[in-house]
Design a protein around this ligand. Structure first.
Ligand SMILES: [Zn+2]
Length: 61
């Protein structure tokens, strides 16, 4: 059981999970889930989510 990391597929609840939603209307089960910020940043790198200002990706908010 548990929730799989969006990036690496590990059970995030065994780590220090980070949940990322894309908008105010996103429900928790649509959120992206990561083991930790390392997986989150790797995922962002892989998806090139930081490329282009149109994305407005801001995990700090
Ligand atoms: Zn992970």
């Amino acid at each position: 059981m548990g929730t799989a990391c969006t990036y690496c597929g590990s059970d995030v609840e065994r780590h220090d999970p980070v949940y990322v939603t894309e908008g105010e209307n996103d429900s928790a089960d649509r959120a992206r889930k990561f083991c930790n910020y390392a997986c989150l940043s790797e995922y962002i790198d892989d998806e090139n989510l930081t490329a282009g200002s149109a994305c407005e990706w801001n995990p700090q908010s």
